[in-house]
Design a binder for this molecule. Structure first.
Ligand SMILES: [Zn+2]
Length: 74
């Protein structure tokens, strides 16, 4: 099985994590030892997708608004 190093989406350097072709990760906090930042990622079929963590308060507000104003376009 071929392994691939996950690269940091911020600085592009290799992290300490590797993925396989059949690795699936969801909301994985990827830590970069170079820029010392943590990025939430999804991994599927060697494709790394960066997740922008939304503000918790905004999610709550959106859900409430969505529940009340159902005809409103989002
Ligand atoms: Zn980095």
């Amino acid at each position: 099985m071929k392994l691939k190093w996950i690269r940091c989406p911020i600085c592009g350097s290799k992290t300490r994590d590797r993925i396989r072709a059949d690795t699936i990760m969801k909301n994985y906090p990827l830590y970069c030892p170079k820029c010392k930042q943590e990025t939430l990622i999804n991994v599927k079929e060697l494709q790394v997708t960066v997740i922008k963590e939304p503000n918790a308060h905004q999610i709550k507000k959106r859900r409430m608004v969505g529940g009340i104003a159902m005809h409103e376009k989002t």
